[in-house]
Design a protein around this ligand. Structure first.
Ligand code: MCN
Length: 812
């Protein structure tokens, strides 16, 4: 810990002007408060969905498709129903006969494309799709019931690769309503302008790459406990990142009104995007609870989570950069086939739009054209996974820039620097429809390069843009390994949609804060408390934050897209300000003074021009201060002055006018063993700029987590389906989730460029690491090996193959 860090590590103490990071003023905002939520989490006191066990709870389990693509000829549930303790075994026929539509809501797709049914209708479209549901007194008999369901399938030819599905005329057609299996097609940017830029440029460089398919591996698998009462409706306790979103989607699937559903999301052990989406399991739990009038619990096994929980990424892209010999980038064109899996899961199909919008990254590129095709395949549905379109875009441009630098014989850092959007150009509009609110890219990049010792590394390792074999030899250190350095610049769009924040002051002056977001590892309980404590000038321990209950706050959006701080944070702060303004009017009446003359600080209202009781002339009565707590008490007493209504609370629905763009530069050093293909990350360094930081420690934690997942994508993780659509990586022993020992120490630093779009000056940070790390790592390994490109993940085998092949080859 640095000196600055240790001095502000004292908890519950406001940050002093000299404490840290150049912040001024006494605020909790900006201080390194320890996360309040951790005591319960670390001591095992935190309650998760699976811990919820209302009396009479029964267990739900699914029969899942063994095939990637097959017709369902017959389903026989009689043997399952005969098992002692089995309460029901259901198929699509039962759903169809019920009042529920039984499909997940569809958005971003053509309305005539069938939406995902909660149980398969007459055809299964991915391995693991739920076909039948069995409810029993306990989970063991539910499993016995699952094993007893007899299904006759007629296997069909499958397709798992999105490009093949869209372009091979012989590929099976999955929906009659989606010719060539294309779910959506979108174009961004100006094709003619891009053609002109290409014609004028000195040269073009092209790359074909795959953004590997990933599975979110939250520690807690998805789970739901659904209760039904004919008077009260449904209460669904579930692993949700977006309780209000799930209330709406459950209402859709069940065919009931939103008011009939309460969603409660207790502690959630990570989400990374997939717990924001609506899946069959949770909807079926609610359906069964109504059917049986018993509380129904479903907790996914790890394999079920892998089979059916929304996967991420899976793009095939061909991208070309038009560039002049002096390194000026003139244009970029990209064509991408993005997998959406067997069914489009809501906005999963819209993800490529977010992808295309970020292709300009930090660079002033005058002409960009991007075509995306989202494509149905016989694989699990794809939706947003931490980063959600942003890592895919930044990977394309950051790889292209390195390839171009290599081709031009130019330092890749210098090539980047030459094309950065200048700091005076903000707000900056890109040719693909993004308007960057603020940015100052050069200092962040310089900080990262300085910290990693870039110039020195280039001297030591040689350069790969014109590196001779002797230079490569020079790059070998004493241990015979090849060293390389990789950098990646990025932007991250943050803050979409509205968010609600309710601040309720209790009669004793304690403050309850509710938000429509949902923390599942991000630390909102701490950071929202910091913000509200400052807005109300109260001690931190008077502020209590809750999220996750749709009955506590009328509506909200949820936590995804690194939006909570910027929209949720501003919502709770705006509510706190409204509350304070009312409190001031009550205080003014108490003090018999004009509200304009009532000052407030540190929990005390004072008539301005006085220093406290009895001092000076104020036109007020003798007692010239009143505490916030006393005002809170008055707010709930009879006969408030000046026609004020009783109570002291406010709700704000906050929406940002625009999008805030976080940015930064990550850099890393790798050592590659040419004999084995083993890659060691010797250093990894992140410089991120998310505007003002509410809690730098939490921000760094977010960067650490994101970088870990980004490195995992670059080096280890790859979802594999065989050609029949069978998921081969259906457990952690076959899917390469890294362990702590597989990751390097992650060094962090920051620059601070406030967003002008919101009063707090904040931007989001939750996904930055997943965006920057993959290109930083791949760039470093390609630098070490002097190859043009290796597709992720950089397994030992692929790297070894690249070493063995002629250097400069593209590895398929
Ligand atoms: N923060 C801050 N100052 C800023 C920005 C953020 O102090 N300028 C703090 C926030 O107050 C918050 C945290 O950093 O405590 C993250 O804030 P933000 O960037 O607003 O992101 P969200 O809270 O909206 O979180 C969403 C983001 C996403 S999209 C995924 S996916 C994700 C993630 O955060 N999944 C996570 N981080 C995760 N962390 C954990 N542990 N588990 C997950 O599943």
């Amino acid at each position: 810990m640095s000196d600055a860090e240790s001095s502000d590590a004292e908890q519950g103490v406001k940050l002093d002007a000299d404490d840290a990071d150049g912040d001024t003023g006494e605020t909790y905002t900006g201080s390194r408060e320890m996360r309040r939520e951790d005591a319960a989490l670390l001591t095992g006191r935190a309650e998760y969905t699976d811990d919820h066990e209302p009396p009479g709870t029964v267990s739900l389990a699914f029969v899942r498709s063994e095939y990637g693509h097959a017709d369902l000829k017959e389903i026989d549930t009689s043997a399952a129903e005969a098992i002692d303790g089995v309460l029901g075994a259901y198929t699509w026929n039962d759903i169809e006969a019920s009042p529920s539509p039984g499909r997940l809501p569809l958005s971003g797709l053509e309305e005539d494309i069938p939406a995902h049914p909660v149980l398969a209708t007459d055809r299964v479209r991915y391995h693991g799709q739920p076909v039948a549901a069995v409810v029993a007194e306990d989970r063991y008999r539910a499993r016995d019931g699952v094993a007893a369901v007899d299904i006759e399938y007629k296997p069909l030819e499958a397709v798992v690769d999105p490009q093949e599905a869209a372009t091979d005329p012989n590929a099976p057609q999955l929906f009659a309503e989606a010719p060539d299996n294309v779910a959506t097609a979108a174009e961004l940017g100006d094709a003619d302008a891009t053609d002109e830029a290409f014609a004028a440029a000195d040269r073009t460089v092209e790359i074909e790459l795959t953004n590997n398919r990933l599975i979110p591996s939250a520690l807690e698998p998805r789970a739901a406990v659904a209760e039904f009462d004919s008077d009260e409706g449904f209460t669904v306790t579930m692993t949700s990142q977006s309780p209000h979103g799930h209330r709406r989607k459950l209402a859709h699937s069940l065919g009931v009104r939103e008011g009939e559903i309460r969603v409660v999301s207790p502690h959630v052990g990570g989400g990374f995007g997939h717990k924001g989406h609506h899946h069959p399991g949770e909807a079926m739990a609610a359906w069964c609870a109504r059917e049986l009038e018993r509380p129904v619990k479903w907790t996914a096994t790890r394999s079920e989570n892998y089979l059916e929980g929304a996967h991420g990424r899976d793009h095939r892209t061909t991208a070309t950069l038009a560039i002049d010999d002096d390194g000026t980038i003139r244009g970029l064109s990209a064509e991408t086939y993005a997998n959406v899996g067997g069914y489009g899961l809501g906005s999963g199909a819209a993800m490529p739009a977010r992808y295309g919008r970020l292709l300009s990254s930090q660079y002033a590129i005058n002409a960009i054209h991007c075509e995306t095709h989202t494509v149905f395949t016989n694989t699990a549905p794809i939706h947003s996974y931490r980063g959600a379109g942003r890592p895919e875009a930044i990977y394309v441009i950051e790889r292209l820039v390195d390839v171009a630098a290599d081709e031009l014989g130019m330092d890749p850092a210098e090539l980047r620097r030459r094309n950065l959007i200048p700091s005076g150009a903000f707000p900056y509009e890109t040719p693909v429809g993004a308007t960057y609110d603020s940015g100052d890219y050069e200092p962040a990049m310089a900080k990262a390069l300085d910290a990693i010792g870039y110039d020195d590394l280039r001297d030591r390792f040689g350069t790969n843009w014109n590196r001779s074999s002797e230079a490569i030899e020079n790059g070998e250190m004493d241990d015979g390994r090849l060293r390389g350095v990789g950098i990646a610049n990025y932007v991250e769009s943050t803050g979409g949609g509205f968010e609600s924040g309710l601040v309720r002051v209790l009669p004793d002056g304690d403050v309850n804060v509710y938000a429509g977001t949902h923390s599942h590892g991000q630390g909102h309980e701490t950071t929202y408390a910091q913000l509200v404590a400052d807005a109300l000038s109260l001690p931190l321990d008077r502020i209590h934050v809750s999220e996750g209950d749709t009955d506590a706050i009328p509506t909200g959006t949820g936590t995804f897209g690194s939006r909570s701080t910027i929209v949720g944070g501003n919502a709770v702060v705006t509510s706190a300000e409204t509350v304070l303004s009312k409190a001031r009017r009550i205080a003014a009446a108490e003090l018999e003074a004009d509200p304009e003359r009532v000052a407030y600080d540190d929990g005390t209202f004072t008539v301005s021009g006085t220093d406290g009781p009895g001092a000076g002339e104020s036109g007020a009565r003798g007692d010239e201060t009143v505490s916030f707590a006393a005002v809170a008490g008055t707010a709930y007493s009879r006969g408030l002055p000046n026609g004020l209504e009783p109570g002291l609370e406010a709700t704000t629905f906050y929406e940002l006018d625009g999008t805030a763009y976080t940015f930064g530069t990550h850099a890393c050093i790798v050592a590659v063993d040419p004999a084995t293909g083993d890659v060691e990350l010797e250093r990894y360094l992140a410089v991120d700029d998310c505007g003002e930081r509410v809690n730098p420690t939490i921000v760094e934690g977010q960067v650490h987590g994101g970088v870990a997942q980004g490195i995992a994508q670059a080096r280890y993780e790859q979802v594999a389906y065989d050609e029949d659509g069978t998921l081969l990586t259906d457990a952690m022993d076959s899917y390469g989730v890294p362990r702590a020992a597989d990751l390097p120490p992650i060094e962090t630093d920051a620059t601070v460029t406030p967003s002008p779009l919101n009063a707090l000056g904040v931007k989001g940070i939750g996904e930055a690491g997943t965006i920057a790390a993959p290109p930083a790592v791949v760039n470093a390994v390609c630098d070490a090996l002097d190859v043009v490109h290796i597709d992720m993940p950089l397994t030992e085998e692929r790297v070894w193959q690249a070493v063995s092949d002629e250097r400069g080859d593209v590895i398929e």
